[in-house]
Ligand binder design. Structure first.
Ligand code: SF4
Ligand code: ZN
Length: 710
């Protein structure tokens, strides 16, 4: 029997030989100068770049890189040689995969994804730090039976774990008609074993994006993935040498491997675990990676897990729909006196779902009434904003929008499983009590389904409340509040990053407003959001305060000395990596371009969102670049030190439409300009700086006349 070492070496050698052949063939076919890189990433070949610090751009360099990989393949029979051979195997897999993408090819077909772009990783940032995604499973090979394979996938999915699939398990899911896709957190990567590199690449880019790990510092890279990326591997028998070598690579990154192959691999405590019983893999894996699952027991007939949040229910699959764009619908949280609320009372006023015709549209209004000694009216919208996520986590329920612009679809499958209107109430009750137990002592839910009741609830009750809240929010300025809040939620990934959240500057992830941060602080006084006083002003222009600096220094463990709230050039706030948008200076026009995560095209800065985004992150200050939330774009504090929103010269069209109304209002108030958004370029106007300047000149854009930023 070959030893484990020998198997890793032989697997590594086999993959190396294969890679060499493929590269040589590609050179023969395309020539040495042919460009190679993965799409949608600023890191070209992310794994090779992270390990060596070198960015490969063409086939010639790829061939040279293979020479570097060879140097990792030492054969002294020490543990380190085994790990490095595992890493070398992974790098070879990356080389093989990148060649598939030559000439902008799309080598993967549905349901497989292949390479995942940088924006996907940035999007994963918040759910990973909040524990919404408690882990990442990599399932490789074919399960003993398709039923067992699907059961394993489902078990992780129900825990919110992000599941990636490689090889036969993909066919097994298809065979069983199991729904896969990034929206339900089950991502088939590819059927070749080399496609496993696409999840490794995600873990490694997390280190570059969030962790500020220096490319080439392989030691820091492996420490980061081991400590901060909660991934693990489930590999079905039989394991060939190549899989064993890949497994060594996984273990080198700190990801334990669980297998049912007990023939010729010896177990390694905590790293290579043999468990014959596949039904036990879930528990074994979580224990090996030390992943704790928050259990929410809700009395409903279908599953409830964050993995279902992105689930889409098509028209043909829906039992009923509540559609706020057509009829009166509304959702509301309302604070009451303790005596007015009976805890856990769920009341349905009107007909239930089974009285509706299949596929029909209806009104719905639900009011969650809460009471508690420490409850405040300011928390109402904070809870309410969570409803979207709560209801979406129900398997077979899709919720979009908020307030009186909601739409809810309930699938036939959920209906057939017994799901009824009161279960919406059960979920809202359980989640509000669960998440806000510090302030909610009692909670009851009223659900109205009669059209007249819904109309009344919407127009007479809810809309006046929404209007009042909006007025209050609009009048909230940084000057009007006594304190700001810090947020360090993202330190799990970005250890020195601190957001300072103010009424006019929300967290860069877009998910934490000043009210949210305030609520978080009051609910969890020792939690991620702390009070930041702002009594000792140093420089009003850039928004710098002695007390803000002190807390930022403390919370960043000394990594950050000083930070401004309103400048992109002087001591700008840091970014973790999960920002919704990034803006960067555009020297020809004296302005800034903004790109949002959803935008994949070019910008006049000659960079895509991913490339721009790679300029900042990891909790370091990068003057000239700033990550921020979408809502910040229309803020009067947006780059206030540099002249405010008048500096915005370009953003993607879709984003422009999203912010138009508020941005125009701000520009009108600050500069007296009407329809400011029309002066801003977008991809349909120009993606080249010269054309952009010509457009701005024609429109008389104010940035052209402002002081140079640099
Ligand atoms: Fe992360 Fe900042 Fe958002 Fe908090 S506010 S979750 S630290 S990006
Ligand atoms: Zn973040």
């Amino acid at each position: 029997m070959a030893t484990l070492f020998q198997r890793v070496f032989s697997g590594n050698d086999a993959v190396y030989g294969l890679t060499e052949g493929i590269i040589d063939k590609a050179i023969e076919q395309y020539g040495e100068e042919k460009a190679v890189s993965f799409p949608g990433t600023a890191y070209s070949l992310p794994c090779y770049y992270a390990v060596t610090g070198t960015k490969v751009t063409n086939l010639k360099e790829l061939k040279e890189a293979l020479g570097v990989v060879k140097t990792l393949m030492t054969r002294e029979n020490e543990l380190n040689d085994v790990f490095m051979s595992g890493v070398a195997t992974a790098l070879c897999a990356e080389f093989i995969e990148v060649i598939k993408y030559i000439d902008g090819a799309t080598p993967y077909e549905e349901p497989c994804y292949g390479h995942l772009g940088d924006p996907v990783i940035r999007e994963l940032g918040v759910p990973l730090v909040t524990g919404d995604i408690p882990g990442v499973a990599v399932i490789l090979g074919s399960a003993p039976t398709a039923e067992q394979g699907v059961a394993l996938v489902k078990s992780y999915q129900a825990q919110g774990i992000l599941v990636t699939l490689v090889g036969g398990i993909i066919d097994q899911c298809q065979e069983m008609g199991y729904k896969t896709g990034a929206n339900v957190r089950v991502i088939p990567l590819g059927k070749d074993v080399t496609s496993v590199i696409h999840v490794v690449s995600v873990a490694i880019r997390a280190a570059l994006i969030f962790g500020n790990v220096t490319p080439g510092d392989a030691g820091a890279l492996m420490t980061y993935t081991k400590d901060r990326v909660p991934a693990f591997v489930n590999a079905f028998e039989p394991l060939d040498d190549v899989i064993v070598a890949c497994g060594a690579g996984a273990i080198a990154l700190g990801f334990p491997v669980i297998t049912n192959d007990d023939k010729d691999v010896p177990p390694i405590p905590k790293s290579l675990i043999i468990q014959k019983d596949v039904d036990k893999w879930n528990a074994t894996s979580l224990e090996a990676r030390d992943i704790k699952i928050k259990i929410t027991n809700i009395d409903i007939p279908v599953a409830f897990a964050s993995a279902f949040e992105g689930e889409i229910i098509r028209k043909g699959d829906m039992q009923v729909e509540f559609d706020g764009s057509r009829v009166d619908c509304v959702e509301l949280v309302s604070m009451k006196e303790l005596s007015e609320v009976e805890d856990h009372k769920i009341e349905l006023i009107g007909p239930d779902i089974d009285e509706f015709e299949v596929g029909s549209k209806h009104s719905i209004a639900y009011v969650v009434e809460v009471a508690g000694k420490s409850m405040q009216a300011d928390f109402e919208p904070v809870f309410e904003r969570k409803f979207h996520s709560y209801l979406n986590c129900i398997e077979g329920v899709m919720h979009t929008g908020q307030r009186d612009m909601i739409r809810i679809r309930i699938s036939k499958e959920a209906f057939n499983a017994g799901f009824r209107a009161k279960h919406l109430g059960e979920v809202l009750y359980a989640q509000v009590k669960n998440e806000f137990e510090a302030v909610v002592d009692k909670c009851q839910v009223k659900i109205y389904t009669n059209p007249e009741d819904c109309t009344k609830m919407r127009h007479e009750v809810a809309i006046p409340i929404f209007d009042k809240r909006d007025e209050r929010l609009a009048s909230m300025t940084d000057e009007a509040v006594p304190v700001y809040y810090s947020c360090i939620m993202c330190q799990a990934f970005s250890p020195s990053h601190v957001c300072v959240v103010t009424p006019e500057r929300l967290g860069l992830c877009g998910a934490v407003s000043w009210f949210d941060a305030k609520a978080t602080h009051e609910l969890q006084p020792n939690g991620p959001c702390q009070v930041v006083t702002k009594e000792r002003c140093i420089d009003e222009r850039i928004g710098e305060y002695e007390d803000v600096n002190e807390i930022v220094k403390k919370l960043s463990q000394g990594a950050l000395e000083d930070v401004s709230l309103y400048s992109i050039m002087e001591k700008p706030m840091t970014s973790c990596g999960c920002f919704e948008c990034i803006c960067g200076i555009e020297p020809f026009s004296n302005g800034v371009c903004i790109a949002n995560r959803e935008y994949a095209g070019a910008t006049p800065l000659g960079m895509t969102f991913s490339e721009l985004a790679s300029m900042t992150g990891g909790g370091v200050q990068t003057p000239g670049f700033m990550g921020h939330g979408k809502h910040f774009i229309a803020s009067k504090k947006f780059m206030k030190a540099e002249g405010g929103v008048a500096r915005i010269v370009w953003m993607p069209k879709e984003l422009k439409e999203q912010v138009r109304e508020n941005l125009d209002k701000t520009a009108k108030e600050l500069y007296g300009i009407d329809n400011f958004s029309d002066m801003i370029g977008d991809e349909t106007i120009a993606t080249d700086p010269e054309e952009l300047v010509a457009f701005l000149t024609e429109k008389g854009h104010p940035a052209l006349g402002m002081d140079p930023m640099m």
